[in-house]
Ligand binder design. Structure first.
Ligand SMILES: [Zn+2]
Ligand SMILES: [Zn+2]
Length: 224
């Protein structure tokens, strides 16, 4: 509703017009190969495991993202999350389908909202993104996951704390099919994606691929 009533501005540069103007869209830090085959981190050459994911037990088979999480992307995701700008979900989905291969015969699902956001439908980017991707890829989207308990917000935690905090945070609401694509807005440490993928695996999924709009990069140096 608010999308229609408020004057439109680009969330990144503030120019009047669409929520993401053509110039800022073209300047987004698109992630290009080579990336780590497993976790999708950009690498100097193709590798099966990288420094970021080597030695970690990962419940997902692959993780891929469309863009790196930089300041413009942070502004976009914040607008999407805090103001429920649904049109951004479609924008993000279009960037993702431009960059990522069609996943084949899968069911799409999404990381469920935490307690703060559960009641505010439309303010949950992962869900609106999964729905937009389902339309573009002509795939079913089902809410397969629920939060199983209370986990603290991840933001202020260190990496090991994040992994402990989120382990066991999800449960599947139903049995799943064999191949699932798990959608989230941002891949940060991978801890959330991993915990959600583990819950899907426990409910019958044999192959879980993670797709996100953005990915935080360690030591990101503006490489595009
Ligand atoms: Zn702009
Ligand atoms: Zn990796």
């Amino acid at each position: 509703m608010l999308d229609v009533l408020l004057p439109q501005r680009c969330l990144v540069c503030g120019a009047a017009g669409p929520q993401l103007c053509a110039g800022c869209r073209a300047a987004l830090p698109v992630l290009r190969p080579p990336v780590c085959e497993r976790c999708g981190a950009p690498t100097a050459w193709p590798v099966r495991r990288c420094n970021e994911c080597a030695g970690r037990r990962l419940a997902f088979a692959t993780a891929r993202a469309a863009v790196a999480y930089n300041e413009p992307v942070r502004l976009l995701v914040a607008g999407w999350k805090e103001r429920g700008l649904r049109r951004l979900a479609d924008e993000a989905a279009s960037l993702m389908t431009e960059r990522l291969a069609h996943p084949g015969e899968v069911v799409l699902t999404f990381v469920p909202p935490d307690g703060d956001r559960r009641l505010k439908r439309g303010y949950h980017p992962a869900e609106s993104l999964a729905a937009a991707l389902a339309v573009r890829w002509s795939l079913p989207c089902e809410p397969l996951l629920a939060r199983s308990g209370r986990s603290r917000r991840q933001r202020s935690l260190s990496l090991p704390e994040r992994r402990r905090n989120v382990a066991g945070a999800f449960r599947a609401r139903t049995e799943t099919g064999p191949r699932v694509v798990l959608v989230d807005d941002v891949y940060t440490s991978g801890a959330t994606a991993n915990a959600a993928a583990a819950a899907l695996r426990a409910a019958g999924a044999r192959h879980v691929a993670v797709v996100t709009f953005a990915r935080a990069l360690r030591g990101y140096s503006g490489r595009q």
